[in-house]
Design a protein around this ligand. Structure first.
Ligand SMILES: Cc1cc2nc3c(=O)[nH]c(=O)nc-3n(C[C@H](O)[C@H](O)[C@H](O)COP(=O)(O)OP(=O)(O)OC[C@H]3O[C@@H](n4cnc5c(N)ncnc54)[C@H](O)[C@@H]3O)c2cc1C
Length: 330
């Protein structure tokens, strides 16, 4: 399907594809869902505010305030036994800066106020740290990587040990970027959602996924906390049987993450009840607790218009999601 075709999809149709993937249209709904999946299934969560392209300083302030609000609400929750188990927050740097783009949609990196962006991210991370909430600074397309990694390093250097970030295996540069991580890092490892030109990135998904295995070994050897984010059952099993079991990595050192709405419930249950690791540990060499921590990504928005605009943009960037949606429905 040509991506531009999606521009003409009516809102109702976008909503059909978007609904299973959106946790709700206000903070209370997402907090409630996080609580339910924790109590019912022992699933952890990370909460992300959906947003359209930021157009004004007002929009940016709105994002900062929603994140403050959500942190306050997480803090009030009493059911979580520790900071790790309570919901974390995930944020995209593009919510905290007015993006300048050329007519092809490429970011005009030199024309943007990165300092202002950093200050806003810092505000959220600082408030989150004061309230013992963990934050993940997410990775967007290749234009954002320098800033995002520099932000992550700067925050860590300033003592924000509540902050983690994301590494995308598809980008060639990640082979170098991985070197910045060490035993103080928390890294979400993904193949990357943004279609990038072959000049900058792998185009073969299997190669990206093979690198998920290679990169996870490197990160775990360095002592980083690893968040393996994928829905591919084959690769999740490969990760456990070829990395976790032979390296005897305790379950406190990693977790598996998936997006809300992608139907993998049986697999998710087997992760958290220990059955998957038990089955894959055929030679009985694994010495630790076999219950794997699993975190669900819960995106939410303050109203459906924001969510729909965001989902439409994501669908245009990655029309495969429409195909995923159809496949998941079937
Ligand atoms: C918790 C989490 C956080 C993420 N954060 C980032 C980030 O910060 N930056 C970034 O670039 N990428 C991020 N991603 C996206 C990631 O890079 C991949 O694009 C996505 O996970 C799909 O890759 P996969 O490994 O699941 O393999 P795929 O082969 O793409 O997917 C395997 C199967 O999962 C299902 N599926 C996968 N994705 C979707 C979807 N969106 N909707 C419906 N069904 C789907 C489909 O059935 C598909 O066939 C994140 C993913 C997760 C799970």
């Amino acid at each position: 399907m040509h991506p531009l075709f999606i521009r003409y999809f009516p809102n109702q149709l976008i909503k059909i594809f978007a609904k299973p993937y959106v946790a709700g249209d206000n903070e209370d709904k997402v907090i409630k869902l996080a609580r339910q999946i924790y109590l019912n299934n022992n699933f952890l969560s990370t909460l992300d505010v959906l947003g359209e392209d930021v157009k004004s300083y007002n929009d940016i302030n709105k994002f900062v305030n929603i994140y403050f609000d959500i942190v306050r609400k997480i803090k009030k929750e009493t059911i979580y036994s520790d900071t790790y188990k309570q919901p974390s927050i995930s944020l995209k740097p593009s919510c905290f800066i007015i993006s300048q783009k050329d007519n092809k949609g490429n970011l005009l990196v030199d024309k943007m106020d990165w300092e202002y962006c950093f200050d806003n991210i810092l505000k959220v991370c600082n408030y989150a740290k004061q309230n013992n909430v963990r934050v993940t600074v997410e990775m967007e397309d290749r234009h954002w990587v320098d800033f995002t990694l520099a932000t992550y390093q700067k925050l860590l250097a300033q003592g924000y040990d509540n902050v983690g970030t994301v590494l995308q295996t598809r980008l060639y540069r990640s082979q170098d970027d991985i070197k910045i991580f060490d035993n103080k890092s928390r890294v979400r490892l993904v193949i990357g959602i943004y279609n990038e030109p072959a000049e900058f990135a792998l185009t073969d998904k299997n190669k990206m996924k093979d690198l998920m295995i290679d990169f996870s070994k490197i990160l775990l050897e360095k002592g980083s906390f690893l968040e393996f984010a994928s829905h591919d059952e084959k690769y999740i099993k490969k990760f456990i049987s070829e990395v976790i079991i032979p390296m005897n990595i305790p379950t406190e050192k990693f977790e598996i993450q998936m997006l809300l709405g992608v139907p993998r419930f049986k697999l998710q249950q087997e992760l958290v009840n220990g059955n998957l690791l038990e089955t894959l540990d055929r030679d009985k060499v694994y010495k630790h607790n076999k219950k794997i921590n699993f975190r669900l990504y819960l995106p939410f928005s303050q109203n459906w218009n924001d969510a729909l605009a965001y989902c439409r943009r994501r669908l245009i960037e990655n029309p495969n999601i429409v195909l995923y949606g159809l496949k998941n429905i079937i």
